[in-house]
Ligand binder design. Sequence first.
Ligand SMILES: *Cc1c(COP(=O)(O)O)cnc(C)c1O
Length: 379
Amino acid sequence: MNSFASRAVHAGQRPHEHNGAVSVPIYQVSTFERPVVLDGGWDYSRIANPTRSAVEECLADLEGGARATATGSGMAATTTALLSLCRAGDHVVIPATTYGGTWDLFAEVLAGWRLAFTAVDMQDLDAVAGAVQPATTLVWAETPTNPLLTITDIGAVAAVAHEAGALLAVDATFGSPYLQQPLALGADVVVHSTTKYLSGHSDVTGGVVVSADAATGARVARTCGIIGTAAAPFDSWLVLRGIKTLPVRMRQVCGSAMRIAEWLQEHPAVRRVHYPGLSCHPDYDLAKRQMSDFGGVVSFEVDGDLQAASDVCASLRLVTLAVSLGSVESLVQHPAKMTHCTLTGEAAMPDSLLRLSVGLEDTAELIADLDQALAGLMA
Ligand SMILES: *Cc1c(COP(=O)(O)O)cnc(C)c1O
């Protein structure tokens, strides 16, 4: 069972441990009868639960890590990782274009606990090296980024972090383990919002922290058990179920996203397309080297202002206007008005930028929907 596809279906799942059930049952239970005190078995679901353990084992396997901890959201995973790996007085280097919730966690919560951070352009290795201080214990990267899909060279940033005696953690949500495996490239910890591609059906929020080595993995699991950020049994089961179809879903959305990106590039009402699979994308070569395909998110700037972009969103019929990504249904959102509305000045997203998360609908019908919505701009 060496292939990703086979492991996605079976890793961490042993029917003989569950009365032969081929789908790991949902152990909807908070506590477990103990034959003897402290025998090392199941004990209390905040600490460990059989359904959650199955999804954790599966994700550790798919990422090539020693241990995974499944949490109740992507932000719970990020919080658990940071509280495990950092102490007051430490310093962390983060990307200037990090996920908004991650930025808020550093700026509004952890800064108050004396965790210092410096935001840099992670594509500029000199800037990363220059931001590292004696107190730096962690470099936090994110690739591909949201919403412009820039790619960070994981191996190169890992080398800079390790040279400074720091660990590298990567939020790899946009690629999923099917497209890239950061631990194999040198990262120490991988974080995902499993809300996105891993569960894939817009029906659960979840997250995971995967550690390359057992000691770090044990520390993260222990922190999770103490602070109570673990994923619930039913949510764990939904993520485990979603993972089984991750390879087929990713193949479909990558193919569809590529066709849509190429089509958008030729459209007179589109000014610019951001998709790492296009050879004109500045990170095309790096993406090709680091990822097995280019993902299901395509961002594009329409030829118009904030209102024009807003009108395109409102005109789409098959594509749903909503935040989030990585699901079976195609979603569009308007970063300047939605996910990135608090960014100002140089950090602000272009008014005319739209982010499309390509789903499993028919590609030709998605293109037809985009065509009728963009036609409004040319009237
Ligand atoms: C959605 C997302 C998160 C946060 O995940 P939640 O499940 O919403 O808490 C973190 N990082 C990235 C890149 C995301 O897209």
